[in-house]
Design a protein around this ligand. Sequence first.
Ligand SMILES: C[S@@+](CC[C@H](N)C(=O)[O-])C[C@H]1O[C@@H](n2cnc3c(N)ncnc32)[C@H](O)[C@@H]1O
Length: 289
Amino acid sequence: MVMAPSSLNESSAEVELLSCPVCYEPLTRVGPPGLILQAICRSSFECKKCYKSYSSKKNYLDLTVTAGLKKYVEAKPIGTELFRSIIMSFIYEKGYRQCFKRYGFPGPDEEFKMAQDYFKSAEGGVLVDVSCGSGLFAIRFAKSGTYSGVVALDFSENMLLQCYDYLMRDPDTPLATDLVLVRADASRLPFTSCSVDAVHAGAALHCWPSPSNAVAEITRVLRSGGIFVGTTFLRSSPSWIFKPLNERILPSGNYFTEEEIEDLCTSCGLTNYTSKVEQSFIIFSAKKP
Ligand SMILES: C[S@@+](CC[C@H](N)C(=O)[O-])C[C@H]1O[C@@H](n2cnc3c(N)ncnc32)[C@H](O)[C@@H]1O
């Protein structure tokens, strides 16, 4: 099984972390131990309940429900598919992400500092960067040394490969770093319930096919006292115009008001909601009670 190295709720004992995305049973692992990229890549995983097996492709572990399927192909909405292209993965940190500044995003260094402030109570625990993209925050979280393990998770194979490429080129992040790359759907997180100390989701909420399913999943995997921090673009147009469009015509255009984001978090059972806003940029945090 894959264990969370030193989750805060089980200070010395290790807790099971990776689970089957089909049935959420903890995965049985054959291979070297540890939440370390090289060890995970040399391991194979099996669910003892549904007998589905999982292994690493290139340098990420594929824990999607569709992992290993040969004939069945499933296309996701544009907010997911757009980022699976090799071109988007390549340009993401070379101009695309920089454009967010126009909408009030302070930039990765400042956004990382803001997130770290919210995550103080998760120090020494396991952090999952959901929809990590090319790893601009996951790599910073891992390099900070604040966490016992960091999971960089995304649905896009090419984003994960780009993240690996940046890791390889960075002399300060040896591959023995407690950082692993996992392919998964935000709506089907491959972690056992209550096993994660912190979840970060930068500029991601508006890209998810179902933000409510994703936030419900984030709530499920967080331990009691665990923190969720997210950023996204706010919608400012009146809801009587945008909501019908959002629901019927633009099903992938998941832009929300501040009140809607708070409502979403609290309806999933999260508490202590806080937020900071700058133009269309919002960073929000919420806690699992
Ligand atoms: C705008 S990028 C954000 C990347 C990075 N976190 C940042 O702050 O710049 C959105 C990311 O969400 C990912 N994504 C979209 N749909 C997803 C899904 N269903 N599950 C997991 N990740 C998804 C995309 O692959 C993409 O990497």
